[in-house]
Design a protein around this ligand. Structure first.
Ligand code: FFO
Ligand code: ATP
Length: 200
């Protein structure tokens, strides 16, 4: 029996809170390594614009990889939560002002906002999840922001890579899925890059 989403969310958040700062830092460094491997394997002519996100304290720490991406000359865009569970996108560089979102418990950059059409030029997007199953379906924080956003970029080439801890990559069917859930094509954990054979 697949478990309901709220039970999974509670269990994963509790597990993440139990991590020591040392293990968290170690996993963040490994995730950065894996992301660099994905970029190194990217085809010639791959866009220098990528989308990512600012991690919250309970998520795998994306700070090292954001630094690394800008250090390698990538233009990095991060989500901004708009009312109505809409995401827009703002460029981030080290030093960009960061504020607490007015509509969700996350931090976001301040600056000009772009809509989904930005993704015509984005080949790779990193997205948060609490868990991903082997079919590529993700369990998010429950806002439905990405579920609503991803259909808007269906027509673009953007590859979508979810970042989770090793234990959070689980068998297909482990958690309940809804009709609106979109599969991701790649799952990156500290120990591995998994390219899923689901056409995404
Ligand atoms: N780092 C990060 N940024 C992100 C997301 C994310 O998952 N992680 N999002 C991914 O969509 C969007 C923000 N959506 C979110 C929706 C709900 C919660 C959340 O923690 N909800 C809790 C507590 C609610 C509250 O305190 O108001 C909950 O539902 O229990 C977090 C982010 C866009 N930015
Ligand atoms: N495409 C959509 N259109 C309308 N409502 C949606 C859509 N996607 C999700 N929702 C609604 O948003 C809420 C959260 O959905 P869900 O539990 O799948 O979020 P999530 O995948 O955890 O979040 P996120 O995508 O932000 O990481 C649900 O009430 C769901 O019905």
């Amino acid at each position: 029996m697949p478990q309901d989403k709220p039970s999974w969310r509670r269990a994963i958040r509790a597990e993440r809170r139990r991590l020591s700062p040392e293990l968290r830092a170690e996993e963040a460094a490994l995730l950065r390594q894996r992301v660099l491997e994905v970029l190194d394997a990217a085809p010639e002519g791959h866009s220098k614009k990528v989308a990512a996100y600012f991690s919250s304290p309970d998520e795998p720490d994306t700070a090292p990889l954001l630094q690394e991406l800008t250090g390698r000359g990538f233009e990095v865009y991060l989500p901004v939560c708009e009312p109505g569970h809409v995401l827009s996108w703002t460029r981030w560089e080290p030093g960009t002002e960061i504020v607490q979102s007015r509509v969700a418990p996350v931090n976001e950059p301040v600056g000009p906002r772009h809509d989904a059409s930005l993704f015509a030029e984005i080949d790779l997007m990193f997205i948060p999840a609490l868990a991903v199953d082997s079919a590529g379906l993700r369990l998010g924080q429950g806002g439905g922001y990405y579920d609503r956003f991803l259909p808007k970029i269906d027509g673009y080439q953007t590859r979508i890579a979810a970042l989770v801890r090793d234990d959070e990559f689980v068998e297909a069917g482990s958690f309940a899925v809804d009709r609106h859930d979109r599969p991701v094509g790649v799952v990156i954990t500290p120990s591995a890059i998994r390219r899923l054979d689901n056409g995404f």
